[in-house]
Design a protein around this ligand. Structure first.
Ligand code: E4P
Length: 215
C-alpha cells in the first residue's frame, strides 16, 4: 500500500512529505476552499513539493466542460491526475480523457458497481469514500474489499484509493482489504506515527542513559 496526503495545505503537505512516506496528494474543492487561495496557484505549489500523482478536481457537471477543465489542469504538470465525480457525465469524460492519455481519479464512489463502471470507462484511480459510508451506518471497509476482489478477479486496472479516512484503523484496515493507496488527512498521519508506549519508552531510555557514568 502507498500513502497519499489528503490536503491542499502546503505546510501540511511539506511536513508530511519530509517524513518520506508520502507518494502522492489528493485535493478536493472543499479542501481548496479552506485555503482561501487561487486553485491553480495551490496546485502548482503542490507539484513543487511532492513528485507523485496530484489529484485536482474538475467542478463542471457536463462532460464537455469537464474535459476542457481536465485538459487545463493536466497542462499544469505531468503529475496532475484529474478528479472526476462518479456520474454519467463523469464517465463520458473519463473515457474521452483516457483516450487523450489524461489520468483520472473517479471520486465520490460509494458502491462496487460504480467502481466497476469507473474501471471500464478507463479510470486510472478510483476513490471509494470509507468514512462517509461509515458516517451513515454502512461499512466502508467492506466496499474496499469488494472492489479489490472484483478488480482482482476480472483483471481491472485502476488503483484503489481508500479515501475519506477518519482514523488510523481505517488505514490498517484499508491495507488489509486490498486498497493500493490510502489518502490520509495530516492529522491522521500524525496519529499513525505516534504511540504512547514509544513516548514512555524513549523517556525511560533517556532517564536510564542519564545514570550511565560518563568519563
Ligand atoms: C478524497 O480524495 C477526498 O478528498 C477525501 O478523502 C474526502 O474526505 P472527507 O469525507 O473527510 O471529506
Amino acid at each position: 500500500i502507498k500513502l497519499f496526503i489528503d490536503s491542499a495545505n502546503v505546510d501540511e503537505i511539506k511536513s508530511a512529505s519530509e517524513l518520506g512516506v508520502i507518494s502522492g496528494v489528493t485535493t478536493n474543492p472543499s479542501l481548496i476552499a479552506r485555503e482561501g487561495r487561487d486553485f491553480g496557484a495551490v496546485v502548482r505549489e503542490i507539484t513543487t513539493i511532492v513528485d507523485g500523482p496530484i489529484s485536482a478536481e474538475a467542478v463542471s457537471t457536463d462532460a464537455g466542460p469537464m474535459i476542457a477543465e481536465a485538459e487545463e489542469l493536466a497542462a499544469i504538470h505531468p503529475n496532475i491526475v484529474v478528479k472526476i465525480p462518479m456520474t454519467g457525465e463523469g464517465l463520458k469524460a473519463v473515457s474521452a480523457l483516457a483516450q487523450k492519455g489524461i489520468k483520472t481519479n473517479v471520486t465520490l464512489v460509494f458502491s462496487a458497481n460504480q467502481a466497476l463502471m469507473a474501471a471500464l470507462a478507463g479510470a486510472t484511480y478510483v476513490s471509494p469514500f470509507v468514512g462517509r459510508l461509515d458516517d451513515i451506518g454502512y461499512d466502508g471497509l467492506e466496499l474496499i474489499k469488494d472492489i479489490a476482489e472484483i478488480y482482482d478477479l476480472h483483471g481491472l486496472a485502476p488503483e484503489i484509493i481508500s479515501a475519506s479516512i477518519r482514523h488510523p484503523m481505517h488505514v490498517t484496515q484499508s491495507a488489509l482489504a486490498g486498497a493500493h493507496i490510502a489518502t490520509v488527512p495530516y492529522k491522521v498521519l500524525v496519529q499513525m506515527l505516534n504511540h504512547p508506549l514509544t513516548d514512555s519508552g524513549i523517556e525511560k531510555f533517556l532517564s536510564d542513559w542519564a545514570k550511565v557514568p560518563k568519563k
